[in-house]
Design a protein around this ligand. Structure first.
Ligand SMILES: [Zn+2]
Length: 84
């Protein structure tokens, strides 16, 4: 059975479960979400950001407008291929 890897968020203040109320895709690599602590005794709300930061494996259908840095490992493997 495949385990779903849902991101579990915890409130930075009380550590209880926090839930994403709404989120907005601001750029193809950046999304911002409103987060709400589920502990009624805490009541914290805030914002969090989710950002694509690196390429681990190249896309087979690359978008030329997306320029993400390669991971150090990917860079090393390309360098090795080039020097062979
Ligand atoms: Zn909380």
């Amino acid at each position: 059975m495949e385990r779903r890897n849902n991101m579990r968020l915890s409130c930075p203040h009380c550590g209880e479960f926090a839930r994403i109320r709404k989120s907005q895709q601001l750029t193809p690599v950046y999304r911002e979400a409103t987060v709400e602590c589920q502990n009624p005794d805490c009541g914290w709300r805030g914002k969090m950001a989710l950002e694509m930061t690196q390429t681990l494996t190249f896309s087979q259908q690359p978008n030329p407008e997306i320029r993400l840095p390669m991971s150090p490992r990917l860079r090393d493997s390309i360098r090795e291929q080039l020097t062979q």
